[in-house]
Write a protein that binds this ligand. Structure first.
Ligand code: SAH
Ligand code: SF4
Length: 394
């Protein structure tokens, strides 16, 4: 690194060095990549342009091999190859549901695994990505919440999930081909494992790449971040990311929300709603999504529906009703279809869109909150098989 290179990045954006190894270019912010290139000998005057070129190869054309970057001089490519790598998570398993939903188990550094789900819909396709391995929070209805946090994902591992999904969908255009507006992967939701606002910098850097014109090129309106309600970071989300916001609301009294979403004890419903009221919107059509898991006898009464309407009064909102996805040992049951419909009806009559989220990819256990349980169950049965076969060593 040249002595004059400004240290502009904070600890979270410093290029991740593999032990003794080269730096991974995937996930670096523009600034971080520029600094890394200069540090590796790229003349300062050229560095900005090189960043743009390399971003296009990686994020628009899906190239992982420096030799294919034909608008860079051969000697420069050889130089890059020595000092950098272009690495994405490794796909361990891939399952395709009868309804077209695809679920990937991907492995990241350290041997950890996270799940990524692609959901095709009419005219669009949504990728549900993870931000952490496990979660520090302990929402009582969520299986991820029963698992301790293992670690935060890096920005490269977060945006890398998008790259591997595009690989699998086979939608990388030929370099130089005109921009194709029809995208199989047109939307991203941060609704996989983890609380994205407890991994703010990495999520922000990854989503900046997703929204950049030389990156994945998705509009900020096509990216939705779901939070359990980390209030101080909500304002920062608006300022530093600017994507759409979904909030795991799930209850209409502090007493019940304390039990379901324990972060409510730190920032209660009133504080959360104040932050949501202040969340700026670029257009009138932009609304905050209130996620509401339907738990039998816990939060699903007519009174809850009416209280919910009163609470969110004045906030441009849509309410996403999620039938509870049960997992082994879960302390709740899913509300009946009639109850969910009655609840939805009250909300709809009050003038809010209240779609009931149909579980997708049920046959491959890809629904909300089931991701980790599926993996753990698979592991358990593998262990069981090994035990039965007398193979369990330790
Ligand atoms: N940690 C973030 C985002 C990940 S969870 C958050 O909590 O918002 C994505 C959504 O799935 C959240 O609304 C979460 O509350 C919900 N969810 C978790 N477990 C679920 C389950 N078993 N059934 C239905 N929805 C669940
Ligand atoms: Fe974490 Fe979200 Fe699950 Fe709560 S619902 S435990 S915040 S992943």
């Amino acid at each position: 690194m040249s002595a004059s290179a400004p240290i502009t990045q904070d600890v979270h954006t410093i290029p991740r060095k593999l032990p003794e190894g080269p730096v991974n270019l995937v996930g670096l912010t523009r600034d971080a990549m520029r600094t890394a290139l200069i540090g590796a000998g790229t003349p300062e005057k050229q560095a900005k342009m090189r960043v743009g070129q390399i971003w296009q190869w990686i994020y628009q054309w899906g190239v992982r091999d420096f030799d294919a970057m034909t608008n860079l001089a051969k000697t420069y490519r050889a130089d890059l190859k020595e000092k950098f790598v272009i690495e994405v998570p490794e796909v361990v398993t891939r399952q395709v549901s009868d309804d077209g939903t695809r679920k990937y188990l991907v492995r990241i550094a350290g041997g950890h695994e996270v799940e990524v789900v692609y959901i095709p819909e009419e005219g669009r396709g949504t990728l549900c990505i993870s931000s952490q391995v496990g979660c520090t929070l302990t929402c009582s209805f969520c299986h991820t919440g029963t698992q301790k946090l293992v670690r935060n994902l890096t920005a490269g591992e977060i945006i890398g999930q998008v790259l591997v999904a595009r690989d699998d969908l086979g939608e990388w255009p030929e370099p130089g081909a005109p921009k194709d507006e029809t995208r199989l992967l047109s939307n991203i939701v941060l609704m996989g494992m983890g609380e994205p606002l407890y991994n703010f910098e990495n999520v922000r850097d990854a989503m900046k790449i997703a929204m950049d014109d030389q990156g994945i090129q998705l509009s900020r309106r096509r990216i939705t971040l779901s939070t359990s309600g980390v209030v101080p970071e909500i304002e920062r989300t608006a300022e530093e990311i600017g994507c759409q916001l979904a909030v795991s609301f799930h209850a209409t009294t502090d007493e019940v929300r304390d039990r379901l979403v324990p972060i409510n004890k730190r920032w209660n419903i009133e504080t959360l709603l104040a932050a949501l009221r202040a969340y700026p919107r670029g257009r009138n059509s932009e609304r905050i999504t209130f996620e509401y898991v339907m738990l039998n006898g816990v939060n699903d009464s007519d009174e809850d529906a009416r209280r919910l309407i009163r609470l969110i009064d004045g906030i441009p909102a849509k309410i996403n009703l999620i039938p509870f996805n049960e997992w082994p040992g879960a302390p709740y049951k899913r509300s009946s279809n009639n109850r969910i419909r009655a609840f939805a009806d009250i909300i709809y009559k009050a003038g809010y869109a209240s779609p009931i989220r149909t579980p997708r990819g049920e046959d491959i256990m890809a629904a909300c909150g089931q991701l980790k349980s599926a993996t753990e169950r698979a592991r358990k049965s593998r262990r069981q098989i090994e035990a039965d076969a007398g193979l369990a060593g330790e």
